[in-house]
Design a protein around this ligand. Structure first.
Ligand code: SAM
Length: 267
């Protein structure tokens, strides 16, 4: 893709700036998002507009959230040729997605800054009811952890938290050469679709998050030891989980059942 004359600043490492330039990948992302009339699309980290402008060409309107002040003016200028762009100049972690969803759930898109990908994912989970779906470019290793099944080495806190709240579908891999400058790692695009609250079935979100965090905090420990601050072996057993199992052996549904049992007995 040719570089727009509006953008003159070099990429900033501390903001995780790796700009996509490979047309084939950009087209695949737009196809995966497949915007429909009436969709409220919100892009995190538009950068120099690699995904922004093709999405605008297709959809006509788009909201973007960008933290780098040097990009705000060039983005706004370059967008004029493509459609109606609303620019929110803010740290995405300070953006209330609920407020953007006043007219219905939003659809999030983003080639995320990799240094912030986990905080952004957890921030989105905190607003899951405001989000219809998400299409994110992340480090491939992070996508593998998000989608991992129990028993494997990479199954952990990220897998359980994401899968409890969303359907997680890895879509395709992206090599470092698709970006300028190229990152040191492979990347992948993933689709996340938040589950309706009744399907999630978690009674106390804070307790669930604490349970999952503690369970994987020292993953070699048995649950009886890893969860000793939260509950005793009797409570674990009463939820139908073996106290001498390790966190990596539990299904997402086991964590939900255990957290709900603890929540019921705490109240
Ligand atoms: N979407 C562009 C692309 O694909 O070429 C840029 C992607 S680049 C990997 C990540 C973008 O996120 C950059 O534009 C960066 O400035 C922006 N960014 C970094 N930290 C941010 C934050 N806390 N809030 C919002 N945007 C941020």
């Amino acid at each position: 893709m040719t570089r727009s004359p509006h953008f003159t600043e070099p990429a900033k490492k501390h903001l995780g700036q790796h700009f996509l330039h490979e047309r084939r990948i950009i087209d695949k992302i737009v196809q995966a998002v497949n915007p429909q009339p009436g969709d409220r699309l919100v892009e995190i980290g538009p950068g120099q507009g690699a995904i922004t402008f093709p999405l605008l060409d297709r959809h006509g309107e788009l909201t973007v959230i960008e933290f780098d002040r040097d990009l705000i003016f060039p983005l706004t200028e370059a967008a004029r040729a493509h459609g109606a762009l609303e620019v929110i100049h803010r740290d995405v972690l300070d953006v209330d997605f609920g407020a953007l969803a006043a007219d219905g759930p939003i659809r999030l898109v983003g080639n995320l800054p990799y240094n912030l990908s986990t905080p952004i994912l957890f921030h989105a989970l905190g607003h899951a009811a405001a989000i219809r779906d998400m299409h994110f470019m992340l480090q491939k290793e992070v996508v593998e952890r998000m989608a991992a099944a129990p028993g494997g080495k990479v199954y952990g806190r990220l897998s359980v938290m994401l899968q409890a709240y969303c359907r997680v579908t890895p879509l395709f891999d992206v090599p470092p050469g698709a970006f300028r400058p190229p990152p040191k790692v492979d990347s992948a695009v993933v689709r996340l679709v938040p589950r309706p609250a009744r399907e999630v079935g978690i009674d106390d979100a804070a307790l669930f998050a604490a349970l999952v965090r503690d369970a994987f905090g020292q993953r070699r420990k048995t649950l009886r030891n890893a969860l000793s601050k939260l509950c005793g072996a009797g409570a674990i057993e009463a939820a139908g989980v073996r106290p001498d199992a390790r966190a990596e052996q539990l299904e997402v549904a086991d964590f939900v059942r255990l957290a709900n049992r603890l929540a019921a007995h705490a109240s």
